[in-house]
Write a protein of this length. Structure first.
Length: 142
């Protein structure tokens, strides 16, 4: 039973629970940013570039060939898949990364500003008891 108790203490530590919440929030944030980029940013970029859809942009290295069959359905030549460099999809992901990095920068900057906003309280002066003790000490020195 000691191992189960130890695991329970480990799993319920604040840092581990916070990290789990961060992963869930990160997954949700990824969906939101993906939707934002694909639904709002890339159409605007496409309009600025003359209606170009970047998801379709690629460098074809080897053209695909469909399978050739005879009348009985026997395959004469097998299908050859297209080999292409999908640079449009890569560009979309790079833009998404830049947006996420900028948002994270702004969040961290806001958190750091909130931490700086609270000035340290001034040190407390001596209490009445301490003042009385200092007076006694000064009187004894005379």
């Amino acid at each position: 039973m000691g191992m189960i108790k130890e695991f329970k203490e480990f799993a319920m530590k604040g840092n581990l629970v916070d990290m789990a919440v961060a992963f869930v929030m990160g997954a949700a944030f990824t969906k939101v940013t993906g939707s934002f980029i694909n639904g709002m940013v890339m159409p605007l970029v496409g309009q600025l570039t003359g209606g170009v859809n970047f998801d379709d942009k690629k460098f074809v290295l080897t053209k695909g060939v469909p399978a050739v069959t005879d009348a009985s359905g026997t395959v004469i030549n097998a299908e050859i898949a297209e080999v292409a460099v999908l640079w449009g999809s890569f560009l979309t992901v790079v833009i998404e990364f830049v947006v996420v990095a900028f948002v994270m920068f702004m969040v961290i900057k806001a958190i750091n500003n909130m931490k700086k906003a609270e000035p340290a309280p001034p040190p407390a002066g001596p209490t009445n008891e301490e003042k009385l003790l200092m007076e006694i000490r000064d009187a004894l020195k005379r």
